[in-house]
Design a binder for this molecule. Structure first.
Ligand SMILES: Nc1ncnc2c1ncn2[C@@H]1O[C@H](COP(=O)(O)OP(=O)(O)OP(=O)(O)O)[C@@H](O)[C@H]1O
Length: 255
């Protein structure tokens, strides 16, 4: 039996008496970008934290390709293919752009200290890092110290580093939040390119309706910690349950 790339089963977390994520069962197959939407406090970030390992569930499970991971620490989940972008917290501000990407590629390669292969490895890692920078159009800033980069380029670099890590499951929480109108399209384009790879899936927590319309193959809606709708974007956004979840809000701009 083949398993979906990612699945949560009855995933639940309680904080005291408050059920922040309430028995969410959902599968995320390869080749799909799912937008996760819902009003403030609906449980979107907490659901993300349960998947990537910042918190452990009170009940239920998280599975990657059928393997239970919900009790593993963050780093072990990353090894299983979970890749989550954090707004700038993954960057080393005092290193250059190139050094940041090289660190990711080195950690992924996990090369041992074999004296005979080291020189070749270094050349390969350098070439791979430069290729990543070229793909995201940051080669010209290769030797710039990250803290001196414009904010938009720092955010772009963070996405580039996540891509260099080559996870199976990409997780983005409002990837363009705080970006200017000219910075956002570059990052959205990088995310859109990920959709070409049918072996990966992308999860995107997003409030901006235009971003959802452009990127999402599917939308799931959380409300009071529970999954209340799941389907293709046009059906979900016009469903009565979503209209109720966003009661009093204009559906053109989900907040
Ligand atoms: N560590 C915690 N301790 C107690 N309550 C928490 C904790 N983390 C989250 N919550 C509560 O769980 C609920 C869900 O919060 P969460 O941040 O997941 O919502 P969200 O959908 O991401 O909201 P937003 O769109 O505002 O980011 C909220 O009521 C929040 O106050």
């Amino acid at each position: 039996m083949s398993h979906p790339l990612l699945a949560t089963k009855d995933l639940t977390v309680r904080f005291g008496g408050h059920v922040a994520v309430d028995a969410i069962s959902c599968v995320f197959p390869a080749g799909e970008l799912t937008a996760i939407v819902g009003p403030n406090g609906a449980g979107k970030t907490t659901y993300f934290n349960l998947i990537s390992g910042q918190i452990t569930p009170t009940a239920g499970s998280v599975q990657v390709a059928g393997e239970e991971i919900s009790r593993l620490p963050v780093a072990r989940r990353a090894e299983r293919g979970i890749g989550r972008a954090f707004q700038l917290t993954n960057l080393f501000p005092n290193l250059t752009v190139f050094e940041n990407v090289r660190l990711v590629i080195q950690s992924k390669a996990k090369k041992g200290f074999d004296l005979f292969s080291m020189a070749d490895d270094h050349v390969q890692i350098r070439e791979d890092a430069d290729q990543v920078l070229q793909n995201v159009n940051l080669l010209a800033q290769r030797d710039t110290i990250v803290s001196a980069l414009p904010h938009g380029d720092q955010r772009k670099l963070e996405v580039a580093m996540l891509i260099a890590l080559d996870p199976l499951i990409y997780m983005f929480d409002e990837p363009t939040a705080g970006m200017s109108a000219d910075e956002a399209p570059v990052v959205l384009e990088l995310i859109e390119q990920l959709k070409n790879d049918q072996t990966k899936c992308v999860l995107l927590v997003e409030h901006k309706m235009d971003v959802i319309r452009t990127l999402a193959d599917r939308i799931i809606v959380l409300h009071n910690g529970a999954l209340v709708a799941d389907g293709d974007p046009s059906t979900v956004m016009s469903s009565s349950i979503v209209q109720e979840a966003y009661m009093g809000k204009a559906l053109g701009h989900v907040e």
